[in-house]
Design a protein around this ligand. Structure first.
Ligand code: PAF
Length: 291
């Protein structure tokens, strides 16, 4: 009789709470890949961890809900914090080190010096969430300095964040390779996000309009920017009449490198991006397009 195949047990990752603990673990790690997260890990994060594994000897996942990137009326307090589940996922996925600092370790006092994202950080997400990219770049900079990774992996789901981080690394001469990993979608098309847990079943059904709109825009890509935007807009307009409705913050077709809106004769890599509210949940999604 053949024995059923069993998955070999994974060892739990080492957990560091402070820079000193991280430093002790940081010695002799070989090539290090960092996956920065705010926890509440899902299949999207797991794909980043898998990509990290392909590019390094050691995978470090940081778990830190960064207060600096939340506005005063945003969901910092209710953001899901699921450290035990996250550690179990990290063990299953063979993560070597989890860096999960408390807030007072990352921000022991007033954060006087921050990193400015420049004009890329003032459009789209930056316009609707003032200070967001400054908060993201500041914490990512700290994480880079503490973990000292060779590679850092970010999801394409947060396309503007990925571009702004790439630009910081380039403009500030940081010796790190930034890699993007494709958006992971659930079977119904919804992009995975830690915030999807906020959605009621009805809201989730309405939220599917975001991925449908992007698909419709992508299908119209031969028609150029005007055609792409109007195809996507038609889906969102219809979803604005649903119960519950979609309330769009922005729908934009932007240059993938600068996040400036593209002119109608644009040729190159673009991103069709959307942000919208369904109930009290703000969702973002995007699709990369080559025009
Ligand atoms: O994408 C996220 O989860 C966060 O913005 C990041 C990159 C971990 C910084 O806090």
């Amino acid at each position: 009789m053949t024995k059923p195949a069993t998955t070999p047990p994974r060892t739990a990752p080492a957990v560091a709470r402070t820079p000193e603990e991280l430093d002790r673990l940081r010695a002799n790690l070989g090539r290090v890949a960092l996956v920065p997260t705010m926890g509440a890990l899902h299949s999207g994060h797991r794909s980043l961890i898998a990509a990290a594994r392909d590019h390094a000897d050691t995978v470090v996942v940081s778990i830190f809900v960064n207060p600096l990137q939340f506005g005063p009326n945003e969901d910092y307090d209710r953001y899901p914090r699921t450290l035990d589940d996250d550690l179990a996922i990290c063990a299953e996925d063979g993560v070597d080190v989890v860096f999960a600092p408390p807030v007072e370790v990352m921000y022991p006092g007033e954060q006087m010096v921050t990193v400015s994202p420049g004009r890329m950080g003032r459009v789209l997400e930056g316009e609707f969430r003032p200070g967001f990219f400054e908060g993201v770049l500041t914490v990512v900079n700290k994480l880079f300095n503490l973990v000292r990774p060779d590679v850092a992996i970010f999801g394409q789901k947060d396309a503007q964040q990925l571009s702004v981080v790439r630009r910081m690394v380039r403009d500030l001469c940081m010796p790190i390779t930034v890699m993007g990993a494709p958006t992971v979608r659930d079977a119904d098309g919804l992009a995975t996000s830690s915030r999807n847990v906020y959605l009621s079943p009805e809201e989730r059904t309405t939220a599917l309009a975001l991925s449908r709109a992007l698909l419709s825009g992508a299908d119209a890509s031969v028609t150029g920017p005007v055609g792409i935007l109007s195809a996507a807009r038609a889906v969102l307009d219809e979803a604005a009449l649903a119960t519950p409705p979609v309330a769009v913050d922005y729908l934009a077709l932007v240059d993938a490198h600068t996040f400036g809106e593209v002119p109608n004769d644009f040729r190159g890599e673009a991103v069709l991006a959307v942000a919208a509210w369904v109930g009290k949940t703000r969702l973002i999604d995007n699709v990369p397009l080559t025009l």
